[in-house]
Write a protein that binds this ligand. Structure first.
Ligand code: TIU
Length: 225
């Protein structure tokens, strides 16, 4: 398909009108500290296997998306080394012995520039692909994401990454309020908790697609073929 064309992707709650030239792939927080064994996520007792199953479908989608010449944007959750942008409530929340900014298994936890904060090698950003460093859960809060999308004429987002009920859901809700049509491929998003995976997707597509659409990467790949 060419960039100017449009097609329909089978999705819930109803088909998604896909306009590739106006659509960006937005990959949320596929960071080593969340996904790798020995990282911060696992240190907190989470099963990273629940997230790692999203790597291969994301890798395939990213490869085809890049070959089609479409827009790709990555995000990372993290903070300044001096913690100036870290709300005290976020720092103390969870009452964990180790929290944001402390030395962790892969450098200081969720601090920009540290190894664990960076994106996993399988999905590493290519030159020219914007990386949004966000201090919150939503990718629009305190970032220049909206400006970057507007400047590129983007109106649609395929949102993937982790976690389904936290940063993916928050970002989809923020995007929806800003007028973007969001499509979430269920195999490309993951949660440490299976019940939140299920409900996180249901919440997006409920009430006639109150925040967006849910589909599968195979259907997006077919539309790009
Ligand atoms: N990226 C993202 O979702 N950050 C989180 O903190 N997720 C949790 O599930 N905690």
């Amino acid at each position: 398909m060419t960039n100017g064309s449009r097609s329909t992707i089978d999705a819930e709650p109803y088909p998604y009108e896909f306009r590739p030239a106006e659509c960006a792939l937005l990959i949320i927080d596929m960071q080593r500290d969340f996904l790798e064994s020995g990282g911060f996520g696992e240190m907190l007792g989470n099963d990273v296997g629940q997230l790692r199953r999203t790597i291969e479908p994301n890798r395939r989608l990213l490869e085809v998306w890049r070959k089609a010449g479409l827009a790709v944007i990555h995000t990372r959750e993290g903070h300044r080394p001096d913690l100036a942008d870290l709300p005290p409530a976020k720092k103390s929340r969870g009452r964990s012995k180790t929290s944001i900014g402390d030395p962790g298994p892969m450098g200081r936890i969720l601090i920009r520039g540290e190894a664990g904060h960076d994106i996993i090698p399988e999905l590493y950003p290519a030159p020219g692909e914007p990386v949004i460093d966000k201090p919150g859960k939503g990718a629009f809060f305190a970032t220049d994401l909206h400006a970057i999308l507007q400047n590129r004429g983007i109106r649609q987002l395929v949102v993937t990454g982790i976690t389904t009920e936290v940063c993916v859901n928050t970002t989809v809700r923020e995007a929806n309020d800003r007028g973007y049509d969001c499509l979430v491929p269920e195999d490309c998003v993951g949660s440490y908790f299976p019940e939140f995976q299920e409900m996180g997707l249901k919440m997006i597509k409920a009430q006639g697609g109150i925040f967006g659409w849910v589909s599968h990467s195979d259907r997006i790949l077919a539309a790009l073929a």
